[in-house]
Design a binder for this molecule. Structure first.
Ligand code: PIT
Length: 408
């Protein structure tokens, strides 16, 4: 999220729904065009995890190296600091010292800031609000953030609004993204995965109880609060979130397609009514990545990718899965279930034997080497070519049928 925030390149943005509920700023994806753009699409997807990691590292310079008393933004991009600083309303800078840019997107920037009186660190997200759509999207995001209060969900401290800008003062997470931590550790075992997933599930259970659907859950949107081992994991980026208060939960997805393609639930692609189950599907994708370093649906063009998702065609083939327990694979199967009614809820994940038994029953093998190798390989070469092991016959082809056509 913090690298390519808002309408990042890989993101599918939503269409306005009939009842006027928007969840992001603009841009409607034309799927017919995307079929033709398959190759370009592949190229864009290639850098995936590693490109974003290194981008973020650049932005993080300010955090890790410290900035002393400087009020200058340490912004390692070409835009002049003065121009960027000018975007901050004097009311904001009167209260907060802007320290460093830590993330940026088309319509937003996140900076590290310090409260001038208390010296408490915060993250400030600056949102450029353009037009009616932007305004409505921003209000949805704000509405969600104002309602939430949970240790695994980013907390909002205060908000400043001007006609064209909104400044969200948020708790500062400095522990890095979920996958960054997996890679930087020397070891990674199933129990480490379950620990992270418990926290995400707990945050999701809370959000879903409130009638909030995140709709863009992915590893980049999961940040550790601090660099220590015992840090909590926080769900961030509610730019695409859907709140029950503004529209009926079962109502919204027929025309609305938003999120990051690899994490999109089949019912979204099929333009079926959607619910909080779309987040649970994304959690299944995240779990798969956490345990293998690869994506369950990794086709090289968007149409192929979407067809695979709609069929639920993923497998546990390959070396990295040999060391993974049956319980863990069962957990993924219960999330990557085509029928959203049969998919595990957040509450159910917290009761799943794999999460519950954690250290006791989970495989104790160190998965770190194969996960890192897969992540690095993917960063270098992009998604793998279609190989015999992923041919239809040997795939784990799943469950109830789903519509397999795309509506333009
Ligand atoms: C941090 C550190 C960081 C990014 C963020 C917070 C961003 C948080 C965020 C972004 C959103 C949103 C809510 C929270 O709706 O690197 O402490 O778009």
């Amino acid at each position: 999220m913090a690298f390519i925030m808002g309408s990042g390149s890989g993101k599918v943005l939503p269409e306005p729904s009939k009842n006027g509920c928007f969840c992001l700023f603009h841009s409607v994806v034309n799927f017919k065009k995307q079929e033709a753009d398959g190759e370009e699409c592949k190229e864009k997807r290639q850098a995936w995890f590693w490109r974003r990691r290194s981008d973020r590292r650049a932005f993080r310079g300010g955090i890790s190296e410290g900035v002393g008393d400087s009020v200058h933004l340490e912004e390692p991009v070409t835009s002049p600091n003065a121009k960027f600083r000018a975007k901050f309303d004097p009311r904001v800078t009167a209260r907060y010292e802007i320290k460093a840019l830590i993330g940026r997107g088309s319509f937003s920037r996140v900076v590290r800031a310090e409260h001038r009186r208390t010296h408490q660190p915060f993250a400030i997200k600056l949102l450029e609000v353009k037009g009616q759509e932007g305004h409505e999207a921003c209000q949805t995001e704000l509405g969600v953030l104002r309602r939430v209060n949970h240790s695994n969900v980013i907390r909002l401290a205060e908000v400043f609004q001007t006609q064209h800008r909104v400044y969200l003062v948020l708790e500062l997470a400095t522990g890095g993204e979920l996958l960054e931590r997996v890679v930087s550790r020397g070891t990674f075992r199933e129990r480490d995965a379950t620990k992270a997933l418990m926290m995400v599930s707990s945050g999701l259970r809370y959000l879903h109880m409130l009638g909030v659907i995140h709709r863009d859950l992915k590893p980049e949107n999961l940040l550790y609060y601090h660099p220590g081992q015992d840090s909590r994991l926080i769900i961030t980026d509610f730019g695409l979130a859907y709140a029950e208060r503004s529209c009926r939960v079962k109502d919204w997805a027929v025309r609305t397609l938003c999120g990051t393609p690899e994490y999109l639930a089949p019912e979204m692609l099929a333009r079926r009514p959607c619910s909080s189950a779309v987040d649970m599907w994304a959690l299944g994708v995240i779990t798969y990545i956490l345990l293998s370093g690869s994506l369950p649906f990794d086709q090289s063009s968007r149409p192929r990718l979407f067809r695979a998702i709609l069929r639920g065609s993923y497998s546990f083939h390959g070396d990295s899965w040999r060391s993974v327990s049956t319980l863990a694979k069962g957990f993924i199967d219960r999330l990557l279930t085509l029928d959203p009614e049969r998919r595990m809820t957040a509450e159910e994940t917290l009761q799943h034997p794999w999460l519950v038994s954690m250290a006791a029953c989970s495989s104790n093998k160190n998965l770190h080497r194969s996960i890192s190798r897969n992540l690095q390989r993917r960063a270098r070469h992009g998604p793998p070519p279609r190989c015999p092991s992923s041919a239809p016959g040997s795939r784990i082809s799943t469950r109830s049928g789903s519509t397999t056509y795309f509506k333009g």
